[in-house]
Design a protein around this ligand. Sequence first.
Ligand SMILES: Nc1ncnc2c1ncn2[C@@H]1O[C@H](COP(=O)(O)OP(=O)(O)O)[C@@H](O)[C@H]1O
Ligand SMILES: [Mg+2]
Length: 232
Amino acid sequence: MTKIVPVVHFEHVSKQYITDGAPVPALQDVCLAFGRGEFVALAGRSGCGKSTLLNLAGAMDFPTSGTVTLDGVVTSSLGDAGLTKLRREKVGFVFQSFQLLPTLSVVENVELPLLLAGRTGARSAALERLGRVEMDSYAARLPYQLSGGQMQRVGIARALVHNPSILLADEPTGNLDSGTGDVILALLREIASREGTTILMATHSAEAAAITDRLVRMRDGQVEEIRELCQP
Ligand SMILES: Nc1ncnc2c1ncn2[C@@H]1O[C@H](COP(=O)(O)OP(=O)(O)O)[C@@H](O)[C@H]1O
Ligand SMILES: [Mg+2]
């Protein structure tokens, strides 16, 4: 029998930060597995550990105990060079505040991850990705010339330009009005379903959770509830 390997696997993951010499528990004994093409909402109050969980999933930080496995690799087993490679190849990040570089055009923002990774064909890959989020006709614009929803489309194109296994989105609709937010959520839904990208999304929005495959509700660093949601 073939064993199904999750794209991201948290095994008994705890994370403590040290602030002013005192430990701050951010995650406690979290066990979760995320499959290919799964779209998962992480919900819960501010401070419950959503961003910490995303950062650990993306190998931006490590657990204090337990293991995070990303595409079969235990993140804490890698040195700096291996980590940089893992992040560049496997992970895409979408931010609440978009984080586009203001002096670069739309297409320059999107091709940047490929240029940093030394890949060829960056311009054409970036234009192709922008086309998939219906932003190719804005390629030459600067970020300030875009609406919030358009900036987030560009943010999504940049996060996906290198075809990562996992897309991590930290409150991606938090700076958008609800109508625009819904369009962005529908776009993420389509990416997970069509392209098989695993998407973990921290969110406060109830509508956001409704279009995902699974809702993970967190409380005080622990998984409080997991709800499987039916997709039509
Ligand atoms: N870099 C950090 N240093 C110290 N404490 C942190 C750091 N990041 C987060 N925390 C703490 O860890 C807990 C979880 O935070 P976070 O993951 O940001 O929650 P959420 O994203 O759900 O709001 C909170 O108590 C927060 O104050
Ligand atoms: Mg957060």
